[in-house]
Design a protein around this ligand. Structure first.
Ligand code: MN
Length: 560
């Protein structure tokens, strides 16, 4: 006899729904169930390398996103995120069943077919991911959660693929996560990277954390002393221990060439009031314990690139033992933990953000999309993106008070192109602190720079600038200035033609397993070879949509 009524906790999505409703009490439970049922049906019979049913992966990705506090639409898209790529479910079906928002999110994380795009597949895939993220940033959040679950379950794979996947995670996904400010996700991503790439280092930190002398009583004493001091100063605040994650402990030891990991006890003070209360709390901390000189950092007056804001200081705490202290307001704490995700986790709080504050959250993404428009092939775009993600950042100021964020090592030329393209092309000199500086000299954090530009009829960049510019944006603009009028190479045109046909196929929801249809089409239309056909497409002598129409007809009517 069937058990009846079914215990709701037997339901595979029970944990997911509980996590979701905890943060979003009005989340659409029925829609999440429907998405799970569809995903389970489509992935039926598929297994992960570990031998588990495939559906466990999208379910785990959705659970990560539910814990982060993402909305129902994101969870639905997460459950379905691999269906279009790995099953017979198509994008138009998905669109009909779940609507345009979910379709856009799933399309954004769906890889381009390697069989068709070959070596360009990776670049095209990342380019599409970022373009879709420009329309809806949730695409990137799903991608990061997808990667986190794959990293958590990396141990079943071969050493070679472990290293390959973890390296891409370290070089692309972690910096992306950092740019979006999602520390809650970044911490675990970094720890999984450490375990995969430096298992010995991971083990050493694990042992260090497990065996270090008991911090609990020290931190209890710290909090027990500080809380009443803050109350006496009429500062409404809570104080909590704030341990570092493994990767951060390991990285510190590496950077300082320490043979063994070392780490200071750390607390965070979250003030209920306004920004000025952070400085008041800092005063209380510094009058309770002696500050260590040179360790105070004001990330409120000058936020980090991902809009992280806090005060940092180190003091000699009880028994002269050093103690690190972070101070921030509640909204700063939310932003530091969740970054862009805070918009979904705390919608009522986000609704109060100014238009400018919202634009600033995604300034990085929009800058990347600006050069996407200039970079004419995926490889160039990918190189530019890699370069941006690998750099530290500085802030400089224009003479009229604009604050501009640049990769470290950037020059006045980079600044000029970041202000706008015309300023870049017309720039001839630069002043720093009233003094003329070489265009090639690197700017420092906090510099105030005035760009001198010409209004003469003849102007333009110098090819030498390519030797020293650091921003992908400036590099692309300068290259394009000199490229204009120069004929593109055949190889280049072949790639453009192939990409155009690829997109036309994609719009019809089709792909190519190999080049045979292209070759027979070239033959049919009287071209000497396939390359000549692709060049004709690149030069707009053939319309890709018409070719695709013919190809599909040929394939659909010729029995295999
Ligand atoms: Mn996946």
């Amino acid at each position: 006899m069937l058990p009846w009524p079914t215990n709701p906790s037997d339901e595979p999505v029970a944990d997911l729904l509980r996590a979701h409703r905890q943060i979003h009490p009005h989340g659409d439970v029925a829609l999440v169930r429907q998405a799970y049922a569809t995903a389970e049906r489509m992935h039926w019979g598929q297994k992960r390398i570990s031998g588990e049913d495939y559906i466990t992966h999208p379910l785990a990705v959705a659970e990560i996103l539910a814990d982060l506090g993402m909305d129902t639409t994101t969870l639905v898209a997460a459950l379905l995120h691999d269906t279009v790529e790995d099953t017979s479910y198509t994008l138009p079906r998905l669109h009909d069943d779940f609507g345009p928002e979910v379709a856009l999110l799933v399309d954004g994380v769906t890889k381009f077919d390697k069989g068709f795009f070959g070596a360009d597949a990776e670049g095209e895939t990342i380019r599409k991911l970022l373009l879709r993220a420009g329309q809806d940033v949730r695409v990137l959040v799903i991608k990061l959660a997808d990667r986190l679950h794959n990293m958590r379950t990396l141990d079943v794979r071969s050493t070679a693929s472990r290293v390959r996947i973890a390296t891409v995670t370290r070089d692309m996904l972690v910096p992306l996560c950092d740019r979006l400010g999602i520390q809650a996700l970044k911490r675990e991503l970094e720890d999984t990277v450490l375990l995969a790439l430096h298992p010995d280092g991971y083990e050493e930190v694990r042992r260090h954390v497990a065996t270090r002398p008991d911090w609990a009583s020290f931190l209890n004493e710290v909090i027990g002393t500080l809380q009443p001091e803050l109350a006496r100063a009429k500062i409404d605040a809570r104080v909590a221990p704030r341990p570092r994650h493994f990767y951060s402990v390991w990285k510190d030891a590496q950077d300082k060439h320490q043979p063994t990991p070392r780490e200071l006890p750390r607390i965070v003070i979250i003030v209920e009031g306004r920004q000025t209360d952070c400085y008041a709390a800092l005063g209380t901390v510094h009058s309770t314990w002696r500050p260590v000189p040179g360790r105070f950092k004001d990330f409120i007056a000058s936020p980090k690139n991902n809009l992280y804001r806090s005060l940092h200081t180190t003091v000699l705490g009880p028994d002269d033992q050093p103690l690190e202290v972070l101070i921030r307001t509640e909204p700063m704490h939310r932003a530091a933990e969740y970054g862009i995700v805070a918009n979904f986790r705390f919608p009522e709080f986000t609704a109060r953000l100014s238009k400018q504050a919202r634009a600033e959250q995604l300034a990085w993404l929009h800058r990347v999309l600006d050069w996407e428009a200039v970079a004419d092939d995926a490889q160039r775009f990918l190189d530019a993106l890699r370069c941006d993600l690998s750099e530290g950042q500085i802030h400089v100021f224009t003479d009229d008070g604009r604050r501009v964020q640049l990769p470290s090592g950037s020059t006045a030329v980079d600044l000029a192109y970041t202000l706008d393209v015309h300023t870049g092309h017309r720039c001839v000199a630069a002043h720093r602190g009233g003094r003329l500086i070489p265009l090639s000299s690197p700017l420092a954090d906090g510099d105030v720079v005035e760009i001198v530009y010409t209004d003469q009829a003849t102007y333009g960049p110098s090819p030498d600038w390519l030797e020293f510019v650091r921003t992908p944006h400036a590099r692309l603009q300068i290259t394009q200035w000199f490229d204009d009028g120069e004929p593109a190479t055949i190889g280049h045109k072949v790639r453009i033609g192939r990409a155009a046909i690829g997109l036309a196929l994609r719009q019809r929801n089709r792909g190519l397993a190999n080049d045979d249809p292209l070759m027979s089409l070239a033959d049919e239309l009287g071209y000497p070879d396939m390359e000549a056909l692709l060049v004709a497409v690149a030069e707009h002598r053939l319309a890709p949509e018409e070719l695709v129409e013919r190809m599909i007809k040929a394939v659909d009517t010729t029995p295999p």
